[in-house]
Design a protein around this ligand. Structure first.
Ligand code: GDP
Length: 431
């Protein structure tokens, strides 16, 4: 017998409304036990909820029932919309746990059931996890596309293409006595495989963008000590409404500020002043600063004298600071005064253009390293399948089969358990 799960699915208490979800074969019985009636499918009914053991009323609220399989999890699902007080929710949870066959859900367990019942494939589950975690507009759009099956549909299309090419190759093998026919079908199959390979490569080329949007862009602010880096960071932090957190490290370490620019999640890093030093701790700070700056998506080189950045940072956007004192701005530099705010809008505009360029407008198809690796394996087998097999077409067929298998892994048709365990551990309870 499958357990019936229940959990608080809405956020932190106290809140205006709390939503409890119940999923499993006893969902209807649980509603009947607490409310005395079962509303018709997908119709909200307002009513009293009582403790079945004592008959005491616990709360009044909305009750919904979604019979399986046309429900979020594929099982019978009920929702109780209660007043969002801690004691109210605790009392209803206690009453539910006393019912036979019911137990509290673990993190991600509702989604796990949805996956087990064929409601969501692995890529869609990953999209759902990203959607709940999304902080920026670009992350929301990308996650919603993934959760709505954008990647799954593309992969399914590629899979159909590969399987039909495979059928041609196998027909060629069957007709290998009639070399005319077999040569023709093989040529046709190889042409189809070549087109598919181009499509897979295009998606792979775009994968770095998807991962970057998902992780957020990193902008490093580097430059010599006293160039005005912290002052600029504070000014950017102070004027932006969308700051999530400011995490101070030590003064010699790296400081981070999270904000949203052009719809992209951006982490600004204030790195330690870059200079020669005999202080061991500071030298370590400088080493880390340079390493973080080199790994960043965008580097700002701040300098109040206009000295060029070190060779490792030649791609940096050059910013002449403190123009309130000296407004001689070298060619190719942006001039700012973090003290007065002059030029800061132009600098933010430049950062927004960079964010737009790196993040793009359309949601990317591939957004996670796991997806990219599976696609890389599929592409590799497909490239092999395009080789010359000297008449041994069964070898070509085998490479195509391996490519199909890699695509199956990508959307979670095979070898999915370990990935799911790791993924669901990142979900909240009640999801
Ligand atoms: P950092 O070491 O690069 O982080 O530099 P700080 O932001 O700590 O600034 C070093 C000094 O320069 C401080 O005394 C700031 O008040 C001053 N400073 C920073 N920005 C400006 C500016 O735009 N104009 C002027 N006049 N002084 C500035």
């Amino acid at each position: 017998m499958i357990d019936t799960l229940f959990a608080l699915s809405s956020g932190r208490l106290p809140a205006g409304v709390a939503v409890l979800r119940i999923s499993g074969p006893e969902a209807a019985a649980a509603v009947l036990a607490l409310a005395g009636v079962l509303p018709p499918p997908r119709v909200a009914r307002y009513g009293a909820l009582s403790d079945p053991r004592t008959g005491e009323m616990l709360d009044r609220g909305l009750i919904l029932f979604f019979p399986g399989p046309a429900s979020a999890t594929g099982e019978d699902v009920a929702e109780l919309h209660l007043h969002g007080g801690r004691a109210v929710v605790a009392a209803v949870l206690r009453a539910l746990s006393a019912l036979p066959g019911l137990r509290p859900a673990e993190a991600g367990e509702f989604t796990r059931r949805a996956h087990a019942n064929g409601k969501l494939d692995l890529a869609e589950v990953e999209g759902l996890a990203d959607l709940v975690a999304a902080e920026s507009e670009a992350q929301r759009k990308q996650a919603l596309a993934l959760a709505s099956g954008a990647l799954s549909r593309r992969v399914e299309g590629w899979r159909v293409g590969l399987v039909s090419a495979l059928a041609l190759i196998e027909a060629g093998i069957d007709f290998s006595d009639e070399s005319d026919v077999s040569g023709e079908v093989t040529t046709d199959a190889v042409a189809r495989l070549a087109r598919l390979k181009d499509e897979l490569l295009a998606a792979l080329t775009d994968a770095a963008r998807g991962e970057r949007v998902r992780d957020g862009l990193v902008v490093a602010i580097s430059g010599p000590p006293n160039a005005g880096k912290s002052t600029l960071l504070n000014r950017l932090a102070g004027r932006e409404a969308a700051i999530v957190s400011a995490l101070p490290g030590t003064t010699r370490d790296v400081l981070e500020v999270h904000l949203e620019l052009a719809g992209q999640a951006v982490t600004l890093l204030d790195t330690a002043g870059l200079r020669e030093t005999s202080d061991l701790v500071e030298a370590e700070g400088v080493r880390r600063a340079l390493a973080r700056a080199e790994g960043a998506d965008v580097v700002l080189w701040l300098c109040d004298t206009g000295s060029e950045p070190p060779p490792a940072l030649t791609r940096a956007v050059k910013v002449r600071t403190k123009i309130d004192r000296n407004d001689a701005i070298p060619e190719g530099w942006i001039g700012i005064s973090a003290a007065t705010g002059a030029g800061v809008d132009a600098l933010v505009g430049r950062l927004e253009r960079e964010a737009d360029r790196l993040g793009g407008r359309e949601p990317a198809l591939i957004t996670r390293e796991r997806q990219r690796r599976a696609l890389e394996v599929a592409t590799l087998h497909l490239e092999r399948a395009l080789g010359d097999f000297g008449g041994h077409e069964e070898l070509r067929a085998e490479d195509v089969r391996l490519a199909v298998r890699a695509l199956d892994q990508l959307i979670g048709r095979v070898d999915v358990e370990d990935i799911l365990d790791a993924l669901f551990s990142t979900f909240c309870i009640g999801k």
